[in-house]
Structures are given as C-alpha cells and as structure tokens.
Design a protein around this ligand. Structure first.
Ligand code: SF4
Length: 169
C-alpha cells in the first residue's frame, strides 16, 4: 500500500486533534473528486514499517493531546489497502485502545456490511463516513463530508443494533 501524506495535527478530518493518513488507491472515480491523483494505488510512497513505527511513536509522545486516528484517501477500503490497514490497526489498537479511529470509504455502509473483506477493516474503526462524493449533492456546510448522500455513521452501535445509526445528522 502507498500513501500520499500524513497530517500529524489535523483538526478537520474528525473530532478533536487527530493524526490523518491519506492512502493511495480508489476505484470509485467520483466526478470532480478533490484528490484524483490518489486514484492510482502507486501514487505517493510505500507505507512501510518505519512509517508505522513513526506514527505509533508520535501517539506515544503526544498521547494526551491526540484524540485519534483518521484514515482517508484515495479510499482506505480500496481492495489492496484492506490487508495492510487491518494489520496496522491491530497494532495501533493494542498500543492505544482508548483512541478512536475514523475511516472514509467510497462504499456505502450497506455494501460494506455485505462484504466480509471490507467489514474486516471497517469493524476495527469507530466512525465511518460512507459513500461516493456526488457533485450534484455537494454542500460546503456539511461536517466531515462533501455531499449530502454521505453519512457519518457510528460503526459499533450500527453493528450492535443491526441498523444504520448516524453519529451526527
Ligand atoms: S471515493 Fe473519494 S477519493 Fe475516491 S473518487 Fe470518490 S471522492 Fe475521490
């Protein structure tokens, strides 16, 4: 898996101060995508063990001020990204079980819960922003998403209650 960037003090992508990883690879090709360079899974640099260790070390150093981790792209649920992200998140959750994890996906929640491969990654996270960006539903006033069709979903509650529970409307 490649990544295009890491924001170590991100206050835009999720609640609180976060570390955000922007991975490469996306199969959704949304019209007017804000980040089309990252469609190519070869874009950016390899997400190596050294990078993983750097992120973990940052969380350790700034434990009190960082609320959690955010995974964006590209698409973190792009087929080739799932196995490396599952592996990284397992290490991350073991080291920092109290931190929350947000994930953005071009797939809808309904598609994710019917696909065990996608779900193996998403169920390790707390909040999902789902669905493709739709230019005709673009709304600059929305929090954490670009178009009205996208939802901010509480993953744990949705799995527990077997219905789609939104974190915010
Ligand atoms: S899912 Fe995200 S990265 Fe992929 S095409 Fe749509 S807006 Fe762009």
């Amino acid at each position: 898996m490649n990544y295009s960037g890491i924001k170590y003090t991100d206050m835009i992508n999720g609640e609180g101060i976060r570390v955000s990883i922007f991975v490469s690879g996306c199969s959704h090709y949304c019209k007017d995508c804000f980040n089309s360079d990252t469609w190519n899974p070869g874009f950016g640099s390899p997400f190596t063990k050294d990078i993983e260790d750097e992120i973990l070390a940052y969380f350790k150093k700034y434990d009190k001020s960082i609320k959690g981790l955010s995974l964006l792209g590209g698409d973190p649920t792009y087929i080739d990204n799932i196995t490396p992200l599952v592996s990284f998140l397992k290490k991350f959750k073991l080291a920092f079980p109290e931190k929350d994890i947000w994930i953005w996906s071009g797939f809808t929640w309904e598609a994710i819960i019917q696909n065990s491969h996608l779900l193996s990654l998403v169920k390790l996270c707390d909040i999902l922003v789902d669905g493709k960006f739709k230019i005709e539903e673009k709304d600059l006033n929305l929090k954490w998403r670009g178009s009205k069709n996208q939802r901010v979903i509480d993953i744990k509650k949705s799995l527990e209650l077997k219905e789609t529970i939104r974190y915010i409307e």
